[in-house]
Design a protein. Structure first.
Length: 54
């Protein structure tokens, strides 16, 4: 069973729901963004989400 590896922490800047889509805006250290790509999967409290923009 995969238990997860915490690589960083983020702060929720905003949370908006529109037409059935929930969009989270997060603030994270710029050093973490160097390893992040559009389409990457990230886990937030155990829920797998997809990066659509940064």
């Amino acid at each position: 069973m995969f238990t997860g590896i915490v690589q960083t922490q983020a702060t929720v800047i905003s949370c908006n729901k529109s037409e059935g889509v929930l969009r989270l805006v997060l603030s994270v250290a710029s050093s973490y963004l160097q390893h992040l790509d559009i389409g990457a999967s990230i886990a937030i409290n155990g829920c797998c989400l997809t990066v659509v923009r940064y």
